[in-house]
Design a protein. Structure first.
Length: 318
């Protein structure tokens, strides 16, 4: 798509690029130099500002300032081409029905790196105090209403991966992981014949899911419109996956859950039974068991503590 479709701007919004690297002398690692070289090849004569690595993310990001025509792009460099393909397919499906998404204007997966560039939009993080959980439910329902591209991978249900997740957790040798693995196995031993059986017999209608739903991927456009971003993990699968982490974080309040589900069901009336109680419990359980190794790997103590606390909550709910 020609770059002339981009909105021209008079300058770069400083707050958007704080912490970016725009001087080659400040790029310390060979990997960063290679990324800078790659971007300079894709965007000759442009000013390129490589962002520092985001903790927990395998992707890299940059801001590219074009001079002719003047425009600013946000560039996402993917850690593998499968993520590029998933996000490209998901955004295409959403863009066919809804205007709130930000569509890429250029990109490629034919070279050494897969990347997509997006028009610069000064997105704002949501303010929980002024946030509408009803609207958030509407937005997720709209995502789930999109016709899923046939090219997307299909994900398994949570109930079908419980044993595998428990096995992976049991491989870790850190004391907190060993204790968590023992606790999780004991919880599942109690749950398998009750909520586990209920979840096994429940079949949700598969749909397009982001697999990374949460406040961290929810923003406001300058016009106040709520937007979901980051679809590199998108699959066709059980919509309960969207609540695996969000139910015990952003949706921990009963009133917020009611508002959220009110918006979701208003938009998707045929999913009035969502979330299914047993399937939601199993999905939250699997999300916790998977989160503990991740939190240990990236050094996220808050996420680790939260996951262990939710594991205790799930045991109490039995």
């Amino acid at each position: 798509m020609p770059l002339s479709v981009l909105a021209t701007v008079s300058g770069v919004v400083d707050s958007f690029i704080v912490g970016s690297v725009n001087d080659r002398d400040l790029i310390s690692s060979d990997a960063d130099r290679a990324l800078q070289d790659f971007l300079e090849g894709e965007f000759p004569k442009a000013e390129i500002r490589l962002w520092p690595r985001v903790p927990g993310s395998e992707n890299r990001h940059a801001v590219v300032v074009l001079k002719d025509p003047p425009a600013v792009l946000f560039v996402k460099l993917y850690s593998n081409k499968a993520k590029y393909a998933a996000e490209y397919s998901a955004l295409s499906a959403i863009g066919k029905r809804y205007s709130w998404t930000i569509l890429p204007v250029a990109g490629s997966d034919s070279g050494a790196l897969a990347w997509q560039s997006f028009p610069f939009i000064d997105l704002q993080p949501i303010d929980e105090l002024a946030f509408s959980f009803y609207d958030w439910g509407v937005r997720l329902a709209e995502l789930h209403s999109c016709e899923p591209p046939g090219s997307l991978a299909r994900s398994q249900r949570a109930i079908d991966v419980v044993e595998k997740r428990l096995e992976l957790l049991a491989l870790l040798r850190e004391p907190v992981a060993v204790k968590s693995a023992q606790d999780a196995s004991a919880i599942w031993l109690r749950a398998r014949g009750t909520v586990g059986d209920d979840a096994q017999h429940y079949q949700s209608i598969p749909c397009l899911i982001s697999n990374d739903f949460g406040f961290r991927n929810t923003f406001l456009r300058p016009d106040g419109q709520l937007i979901l971003i980051d679809f590199e993990r998108a699959t066709i699968g059980d919509p309960h996956w969207e609540l695996g982490k969000a139910w015990d974080r952003e949706l921990r309040s009963v009133s917020d859950r009611e508002d959220f589900l009110g918006g979701y069901h208003a938009r998707l009336s045929y999913r009035q039974d969502w979330p299914h109680r047993a399937t939601l419990w199993v999905t939250r359980f699997v999300a916790c068991v998977a989160a503990i190794p991740y939190a240990l790997r990236v050094g996220d103590q808050e996420f680790l503590d939260h996951s262990i606390a939710v594991l205790r909550e799930l045991r109490w709910e039995l």
